[in-house]
Ligand binder design. Structure first.
Ligand code: ATP
Ligand code: MG
Length: 164
């Protein structure tokens, strides 16, 4: 369905409880005026929610979380950047695997599925997702791009495995 990017972002932030959001400074940088994309709204919102959940879990209260959206005529790229702990380089290529979690000294709970689900959803839309550490101010940036012309060819049911 055709969805507004601004609406997807707004809805993905709404999912978090207000107290938690207030402790973070969530900044949205949206380059252009609102854009309509042909995606499954609920699924793409879920990807953003997963990325924001990680950004909040793996960074300190009072730090900043930056949501950025850029597009060209071919694709739109969303990114979520936080100022938390970087991901060790040997783990970077594995964090999208099911149940993979980086060993961390602080016990932060999770199942290791958020990014695997996100990758599945992005790929259903013909897109790709990647993670990188920021060299300048620390923290992690996860970006995913969705082709603008491509209409989803698979139905959401096909990722049913990930749902429970
Ligand atoms: P779940 O999302 O299923 O509750 P999770 O957050 O551990 O659990 P993923 O979202 O798949 O699982 O992330 C996998 C691992 O990647 C995490 O355990 C964490 O070690 C690392 N990671 C993901 N996002 C970040 C981030 N923004 N900053 C630092 N580490 C991250
Ligand atoms: Mg997660």
């Amino acid at each position: 369905e055709w969805c507004s990017i601004n609406e997807i972002i707004k809805e993905s932030i709404k999912y978090f409880d207000e107290g938690l959001v207030n402790k973070r400074q969530i900044v949205c940088e949206i380059s252009n005026k609102d854009l309509l994309i042909n995606v499954d709204f609920v699924l793409i919102r879920q990807v953003l929610t997963n990325l924001l959940d990680n950004a909040m879990k793996y960074s300190k209260p009072d730090s900043q979380i930056l949501i950025n959206v850029r597009n060209n005529e071919k694709q739109v790229e969303f990114s979520v950047h936080d100022q938390g702990v970087p991901i060790p380089s040997e783990d970077l290529e594995h964090i999208f695997d099911k149940f993979y979690r980086v060993r961390s000294p602080r016990q932060i709970s999770g199942t290791g599925l958020g990014l695997a689900i996100s990758k599945g959803i992005v790929e259903l839309h013909g897109g790709s997702i990647r993670a990188e550490n920021s060299l300048d101010n620390g923290g992690v940036t996860i970006s995913f791009s969705i082709p603008l012309t491509e209409i989803p060819t698979n139905t959401p049911e096909e990722i049913g495995d990930y749902h429970e």
